[in-house]
Design a binder for this molecule. Structure first.
Ligand code: HPA
Length: 271
C-alpha cells in the first residue's frame, strides 16, 4: 500500500510543485465551495494513478489545487464512503496521500442527521468529538510505522485552535454555530427512529456515514483536523420524518453560504 500512496503523491507533487497549506474534503452537497478557489490545477480522479473513483450523486471526483484566501489549498470534491463498497484503505487513501504531500492541516465537511433537539435543518455544527461505530477500523492490520504509531492518541481528535478560530469567524459574521459529537455508522440506510434514539442515548448530537475513518487516519499521521457538519435532516425516537438524498442535498445547499464563510475565515485566519 505504501508504494501506491508514494506513487500517487509523487504524481501530484510533480504537477503542483508546492506544499499546500490545507487539504479540504467536501461532503455531500457541499461541492460549491470549490467555486471559491482560484484554481491552478484541476485533476480528475480518473487521471490520478491509484486514485479511487466516486459513485455517489453530488460527489464529482476532482482534486482542485489553487488559492483560497491567499492560502494554498488542495480540495477534494467527491469523497469515498465505506457504504459504496470501498475498503477502509480506499476510503482513507487520499488522506495518506495528503500527508505524503507534506500537508499538516485537514479540513473535512459532511452532511449529517441531527438528533440534538437544539439543531435545525441547515444548521452548521463544528465537530468537537466523535464516536466511531463503523464496523471496520481503518488502522486494523499490520501498522505502517513509516506513517504513524501502532496505538494512536485520540485525546484531541479535532484541533482546538482551529475550532476557536472557526467559532470566532462565525461569531463575527453572526452565524449561529454549534459544537457537537458526531456518531459514524456505515449506512447506506438512514437511521430508524429507534436508531436515532440510540445515537442520542450514547451521547451523540448527529449521525452520518463518513468522516471518522479519515479523521482516524489523519490523527495516525499527526495531522491537525477540523470538521464541520451541515444538519440536513432531524431524527429521534419520536420523530419519524422521511429522509431522502435529495432533501440532504437541498439542506446542504441552503447552508452553503455559511459553510463558505466559516471555511474561508478559518483558512484565512489559522496560523
Ligand atoms: N443519517 C446518516 N447519514 C446522514 C444523515 C442521517 O440522518 N443525513 C445525511 N447523512
Amino acid at each position: 500500500m505504501l508504494e501506491k500512496i508514494k506513487e500517487t503523491a509523487d504524481f501530484i507533487k510533480n504537477i503542483i510543485q508546492e506544499t499546500p497549506d490545507f487539504a479540504v474534503v467536501l461532503g455531500s452537497g457541499l461541492g460549491k465551495l470549490q467555486n471559491e478557489v482560484e484554481p491552478i490545477h484541476v485533476l480528475e480522479y480518473k487521471d490520478i494513478p491509484n486514485f479511487p473513483q466516486t459513485t455517489v450523486v453530488g460527489h464529482t471526483g476532482k482534486l482542485i489545487y489553487g488559492i483560497l484566501e491567499g492560502k494554498k489549498v488542495l480540495m477534494m470534491s467527491g469523497r469515498f464512503h465505506y457504504y459504496e463498497g470501498h475498503s477502509m484503505e480506499t476510503v482513507t487513501f487520499p488522506i495518506r496521500v495528503f500527508h505524503l504531500l507534506g500537508i499538516t492541516n485537514l479540513i473535512l465537511s459532511n452532511a449529517c442527521g441531527g438528533v440534538n433537539p437544539a439543531y435545525k435543518i441547515a444548521d452548521i455544527v463544528i465537530l468537537k468529538d466523535h464516536i466511531n461505530m463503523m464496523p471496520e477500523h481503518p488502522l486494523r492490520g499490520k501498522n505502517i510505522d513509516e506513517l504513524g504509531p501502532r496505538f494512536v492518541d485520540m485525546s484531541e481528535p479535532y484541533n482546538k485552535k482551529m475550532i476557536a478560530v472557526a467559532e470566532q469567524v462565525a461569531s463575527n459574521q453572526n452565524i449561529n454555530i454549534h459544537q457537537g459529537i458526531y456518531v459514524a455508522l456505515q449506512g447506506p440506510t438512514f437511521e430508524t427512529p429507534a436508531e436515532y434514539g440510540m445515537i442520542k442515548a450514547i451521547g451523540g448530537d448527529m449521525v452520518g456515514m463518513s468522516t471518522v475513518p479519515e479523521v482516524i487516519v489523519a490523527k495516525h499521521m499527526g495531522m491537525d483536523v477540523f470538521c464541520m457538519s451541515v444538519i440536513t435532516d432531524l431524527g429521534g425516537p419520536d420523530i419519524a420524518f422521511a429522509v431522502s438524498h435529495e432533501e440532504v442535498l437541498n439542506a446542504a445547499n441552503k447552508a452553503m453560504p455559511n459553510v463558505i464563510t466559516v471555511v474561508k475565515g478559518l483558512i484565512k485566519n489559522y496560523q
